[in-house]
Design a protein around this ligand. Structure first.
Ligand code: G3P
Length: 225
């Protein structure tokens, strides 16, 4: 499972890349709005930092298919041809996905709440489909089950589309999908940080340090022996 960071603040993205094994960056209009700057300015800086071939996902906001396709062309022109264009899986979105797939565009089908949306997006040629795990839970359904079902539907129907699960609020949700081996999870920085937050680990490390200092002196490490 690839681990992608769902954020647009460059300093925070840099920090996440420094500490964690991150495979790319996803954004959406709400995430970009938090930066309060021209979206291309923000996205170009992210692209420059992650490199021209790294995964960067950027969403269209147009309402009709033809405008979505034009918007996708502009996104790829500004941010490079490897950029994944996120298209919401509505009726118009599916039409745009079909047209963009025919041109060979990398597409992430987004705003996925149901298995059937993902199946249709996969058939239409999307590279990824993004079920919103926590938002699905919040409407009384089972986000993990939807994501797992979508993974199975892709495999059983010989579709090359992968799950890019999104909208996580806790470590358990990420763990469940890692165990299932879905293609990717895109996770906000705070939730990624939570994946390794454990008092028991801190205590174990402190005890090792204390024992070593008893042996070699305060502040000493293997460098000093
Ligand atoms: O981009 C879609 C997804 O990341 C949304 O996450 O946390 O707003 O539900 P969230």
């Amino acid at each position: 499972m690839k681990l992608i960071v769902d954020f647009a603040n460059l300093d925070r993205i840099k920090e996440m890349y420094a500490y964690y094994p991150i495979d790319g960056v996803t954004t959406n209009p709400s995430i970009l709005a938090k930066e309060g700057k021209n979206p291309y300015e923000v996205l170009k800086a992210i692209r420059k930092f992650i490199g021209k071939d790294a995964e960067l996902h950027v969403q269209v906001v147009s309402k009709d298919a033809e405008s979505m396709v034009r918007e996708a062309h502009k996104i790829q022109q500004e941010l490079g041809p490897s950029t994944y264009v996120k298209v919401p899986v509505s009726r118009e979105g599916l039409k745009a996905i079909k047209a963009l797939a025919a041109e060979g565009t990398n597409i992430t089908a987004t705003a996925v709440y149901t298995q059937m949306q993902a199946y249709l997006a996969g058939k239409a040629g999307a590279s990824y489909a993004a079920p919103y795990v926590n938002r699905i839970d919040n409407i009384g359904a089972d986000g993990i089950k939807v994501a797992k079902d979508i993974h199975d539907i892709f495999k059983k129907n010989d579709l090359k589309t992968e799950v890019l699960a999104a909208s996580f609020k806790n470590s358990q949700q990420v763990l469940e999908l890692a165990k299932y081996g879905v293609g990717a999870a895109t996770v906000a920085p705070d939730v990624i940080e939570g994946l390794i937050k454990l008092d028991a680990v801190d205590c174990a490390i402190k005890a090792f340090t204390k024992d070593f200092e008893k042996l070699c002196g305060e502040g000493k490490t293997m460098l000093d022996c």
